[in-house]
Design a protein around this ligand. Structure first.
Ligand code: NAD
Ligand code: DAU
Length: 337
């Protein structure tokens, strides 16, 4: 297979990162063909794909990754897979773990078995998360997650993602399926469903609503622009080593309270708009990624994640695209009881 003739199956390509990835790859690799398999759960949105929907190299299939027949059909003619589809919101997994085990664990197993069945897949990138490593203490800023850090997931979401990573790697070891796993930090950017902290806070403030800050607000996340993430995943797809795990981080650690203050400043709002609320159960204190492996092997760097400009640009996207997020706010509010 030549690089310029690649045909990839993207799962979950109607979600936040998946749709950014589809748009990014179609602009960077115009000769590639992309099949997007997505069940269109509450988080899937075809409005994320209007720029590519008429492109003859793009095809959308409405289907579930847990449906083996649908997956086998979608894989027809494909040489590569980028597997994003998942239940992705920690708070929902605390409210009800079952869809997380079903889609993230069993759905990934169906994906892997279907790839074995068709026998044409030369590259399988499984999209994981840094949350599988558990958390880091706030008083040890020297500690970072490396690919060797033991898995110690805290939430039903991250436990289901850890199970999926291990299944994917086991298929490489046992069946020689050409799997690679990526584990990235918190993404931000356009088209993120407004249940995640940045779009939730920005859209609340646009509506003059307060923002619910969990616990003491000191939890730290490492913020990565979604396009930096997409570029890293494309690099792993093209040049990553089979059987390897690649951490992907923004080198951009912020406490939630600092993040909130920056959002308030950028939107010209006062600190009175913060509503302290009860903490998330099992709330991980700090995530921080060591990305030196992907930087050294693939020459990747996060070039779009710098604060506060990247955050300001993201906020401007939500300000300019109210018609995109307005219908999703109600769905988001219904999500976690
Ligand atoms: P998202 O919730 O925005 O999108 C998930 C997509 O998967 C949706 O389009 C949804 O319809 C689809 N989907 C869900 N269940 C499905 C099923 N059974 N069959 C087919 N499609 C299904 O998620 P996201 O934030 O874009 O995350 C994408 C991937 O990246 C996930 O695997 C997530 O664990 C991982 N990840 C996300 C982040 C982040 O900050 N958002 C960070 C690290 C890793
Ligand atoms: O680290 C990667 C993970 O990042 C991904 O694997 C997940 O799919 C993605 O959802 C994200 O998980 P988080 O739990 O870190 O993201 P969330 O936006 O839900 O929360 C970010 C931080 O903000 C977290 O410390 C909790 C806090 N928070 C969140 C919400 C929704 C609040 O203080 N208030 C809120 O209302």
């Amino acid at each position: 297979m030549k690089q310029d003739e690649r045909r990839i199956l993207v799962t979950g390509g109607a979600g936040f990162i998946g749709s950014n990835f589809v748009n990014f790859v179609m602009s960077q690799r115009p000769n590639w063909r992309i099949v997007n398999l997505d069940a269109l759960t509450y988080a899937g949105n075809l409005a994320n794909l209007t720029d590519v929907s008429d492109n003859p190299n793009y095809e959308f299939i409405h289907g579930d990754i847990r449906d083996r027949q649908a997956v086998v059909k979608a894989l027809s003619g494909c040489d590569s897979v980028v597997h994003f589809a998942a239940e992705s919101h920690v708070d929902r997994s605390i409210a009800d773990a079952s869809p997380f085990v079903s889609t993230n664990v069993l759905g990934t197993q169906v994906m892997l078995d279907a790839c074995r069945e068709v026998g044409t897949i030369e590259r399988f990138v499984h999209i994981g998360t840094d949350e599988v490593y558990g958390d880091l203490p706030l008083d040890r800023p020297d500690l970072l997650f490396t690919e060797q850090t033991p898995l110690k997931p805290s939430s039903p979401y991250s436990a289901s993602k850890a199970a999926a990573d291990l299944l994917a790697l086991s298929f490489q070891q046992t069946f020689d399926l050409p799997v690679m796993v990526t584990r990235c930090s918190n993404n931000f950017g356009p088209k993120q469903f407004p249940e995640k902290v940045i779009p939730l806070f920005v859209t609340n403030l646009i509506d003059s609503l307060k923002v619910p800050l969990y616990g003491d607000g000191l939890n730290v996340r490492d913020w990565l622009h979604v396009t930096d993430h997409c570029e890293a995943v494309l690099g792993v797809l093209e040049r990553g080593r089979v059987g390897e795990v690649y951490n992907i981080g923004g080198n951009n650690e912020r406490s939630n309270v600092d993040l909130t203050h920056t959002i308030l400043e950028l939107l010209g709002c006062s600190k009175d708009m913060i509503q302290p609320v009860e903490d998330r159960l099992g709330h991980d204190r700090r995530y921080a990624i060591d990305s030196s492996k992907i930087k050294a092997e693939l020459g990747w760097q996060p070039t779009r994640s710098a604060w506060p400009d990247a955050l300001a640009e993201t906020i401007n996207w939500y300000k300019a695209n109210e018609s995109w997020w307005r219908p999703l706010k109600e769905k988001a509010a219904q999500g976690v009881a």
